[in-house]
Design a protein around this ligand. Structure first.
Ligand code: FAD
Ligand code: NAP
Length: 317
């Protein structure tokens, strides 16, 4: 086999990818992790992570991901900073084409995650983790007794807004139209919540603040009247949807209508035998580091079992 052949190639280096690597490496499968453009995944763009078990004092996102990586490398994981542009899973070994090389694999683990959609403001990215967030479950507790804004009008926005009222003194939903996209039940729940207020037909044009002060206000524009005003707030939760990173698998592996990768229920197996998927790329519902790690474990164990069966069938020929 060529030098670039591996029993297990893992695409992605977030909690799912690293956990798959830890399990595969401990099973002596010497996995290769292709890190992609965001080594460590989504948690590297946040500050405190307080809900990952085992860290009672909390841990910074980037530090947590360094620990994941160190644990995977300790057992023989090979790590390459490379981004996959194309896969061929129509024949074996599977072929993975990346920016800096081509790799072949007996099994492939897809752990490419998902990305929050953002409004697209420079200030939004500058203040990410400093008052701007896309995850109320993750960051809501940092906004206890504060007034925050939620941007969006879908179910995610309503869910985030309702959840935030557990901590925040006031939650203002800013939506670009005058009616919500969210399901009726989620709308009713939000309308009935006395801590939630709505600002309609309005876009967030700028987020004001600094890494030292956090968010202090936003600039809002009424899209019907063009009126622009400053609105004081202490946090901005952007809840306008997520996008799974599956574009390179379109037409190659089965995807749901919303782009998330399909796996067989209760397993990490995709529609192609020997290709497994885990983490946010298969999960539009929970989207947590611990659930991503959990399915990463499943993917590696499924891959190990698949390789065992493959070796047995080769031995019996
Ligand atoms: P990701 O972490 O998204 O990692 C995906 C990986 O795939 C990346 O390494 C990327 O480089 C790689 N990749 C993508 N495309 C390619 C490609 N073509 N080739 C090679 N590699 C590729 N969850 C919590 O449990 N607690 C929290 O406190 C928390 N806070 C969060 C704060 C923020 C700001 C955000 C955005 C998310 C937060 N989350 C939190 C959610 C958590 O980060 C995700 O659920 C988790 O990271 C998903 O892990 P994953 O491994 O599936 O994917
Ligand atoms: P969504 O349904 O696509 O809603 C996205 C919302 O964000 C829309 O209101 C949209 O406005 C707004 N938006 C999009 N781009 C924007 C931008 N650039 N600037 C400002 N606003 C923008 O996404 P979602 O809410 O994440 O839901 C995704 C799916 O998951 C849905 O099927 C939903 O039902 C499901 N879900 C269900 C639950 C639940 O049942 N508990 C919870 C969460 C998600 P417009 O309305 O004007 O397009």
């Amino acid at each position: 086999m060529a030098e670039n052949h591996h029993k297990v190639v893992i695409i992605g280096s977030g909690p799912a990818g690293w956990t798959a690597a830890i399990y595969a490496a401990r099973a002596n499968l010497a996995p290769l992790v292709l890190q992609g453009t965001q080594p460590g995944g989504q948690l590297t763009i946040t500050t405190d992570v307080e809900n990952f078990p085992g860290f009672p004092e909390g841990i910074m996102g980037p530090e947590l991901m360094e620990k994941f990586q160190a644990q995977a490398e300790r057992f023989g994981t090979q790590v390459i900073y490379d981004t996959v542009t194309e896969v061929d899973v129509s024949k074996r070994p599977f072929k993975v084409v990346a920016d800096d090389g081509t790799y072949t694999a007996d099994t492939l683990i897809v752990a490419t995650g998902a990305s929050a959609k953002w409004i697209g403001l420079e200030s939004e990215q500058k203040l990410l983790g400093h008052g701007v967030s896309s995850c109320a479950t993750c960051d809501g507790a940092f906004f206890r007794n504060k007034e925050v804004l939620v941007v969006g009008g879908g179910d995610t926005a309503m869910e985030e807004a309702n959840f935030l009222t557990r901590f925040c003194s006031k939650v203002v939903v800013v939506h670009r139209r005058d009616s919500l996209r969210a399901s009726k039940i989620m709308q009713e729940r939000a309308f009935a919540n006395p801590k939630i207020e709505f600002i309609w037909d309005t876009a967030v044009e700028e987020i004001i603040g600094s890494k030292e002060t956090g968010v202090t206000s936003v600039t809002l524009k009424n899209l019907k009247t063009d009126e622009v005003k400053s609105f004081p707030t202490q946090g901005v939760f952007v809840a306008i949807g997520h996008q799974p990173n599956t574009s390179i698998f379109e037409g190659k592996l089965d995807l749901h209508a919303n782009g998330y990768m399909k796996v067989k229920p209760g397993t990490a197996g995709t529609n192609v035998e020997g290709v497994f998927a885990c983490g946010d790329v298969i999960d539009h519902h929970y989207r947590q580091a611990i659930t991503a790690a959990g399915t990463g474990c499943m993917a590696a164990m499924d891959a190990e079992k698949y390789l065992e069966a493959l070796e047995m069938s080769v031995a019996s020929v």
